[in-house]
Write a protein that binds this ligand. Structure first.
Ligand code: SF4
Ligand code: SF4
Length: 177
């Protein structure tokens, strides 16, 4: 692997018209370098554990607000994973869901239902977990300090582990051959 391969990570549905091809290329790349990338797997498993601990806390906040929201933020472009999400899915052994690339990117996400997101949190793009609108942010801020601090600590741990995962991928791709 060499430095030029790092660029295979840099794409998103919004920026790249050849999005589907890039997803396939990155997945094939990971599959063909599975041994070199194997150190990603334990990090991804920690990420999954942290995600499962954080999920019920987020649900507590969103269930009070999202069902009454008039401007739901779940657009198709947000539901489509970027390169970092694809690497994370690969390390977790998750096959990315089938995405409808013919949908309007600014229209409702194909996984949005009347009961919220149809996908388990671990199968969603990371932005679906770290993004909080103003109403949710207020809900977090007015929660009891113990709840608020617990949430912030868990979210920080998750973000940090995800960063370690992606940085490790970049290092492996950049420096190992
Ligand atoms: S996160 Fe905020 S903007 Fe998105 S659906 Fe919930 S309340 Fe609405
Ligand atoms: S949370 Fe679910 S429905 Fe909302 S944008 Fe993400 S994948 Fe789509």
């Amino acid at each position: 692997m060499d430095k030029s391969t790092v660029s295979i990570l840099e794409f998103s549905a919004e920026r790249n018209r050849d999005y589907t091809k890039r997803v396939q290329k990155l997945t094939q790349f990971c599959n063909s370098h599975a041994e070199q990338l194997s150190s990603l797997i334990p990090i991804a498993n920690s990420y999954k554990e942290e995600m499962s601990r954080l999920d019920p806390v987020i649900q507590e906040f969103t269930k009070k607000i999202c069902p009454y929201c008039g401007t739901v933020c779940c657009r198709q472009k947000f539901g489509l994973p970027n390169g970092e999400d694809i690497v994370t899915f690969w390390a977790l052994g998750i096959t990315p869901p089938e995405y409808d690339r013919f949908r309007d990117l600014n229209g409702p996400c194909q996984y949005l239902t009347s009961n919220g997101c149809h996908l388990p949190r671990i199968n969603r793009p990371f932005r679906c977990t770290w993004y909080f609108c103003e109403a949710i942010t207020v809900q977090i801020e007015i929660s009891p300090p113990k709840v608020c601090n617990n949430f912030i600590n868990r979210l920080k741990a998750l973000i940090q582990t995800r960063q370690v995962l992606i940085n490790t991928f970049r290092e492996l791709v950049e420096y190992k051959s």
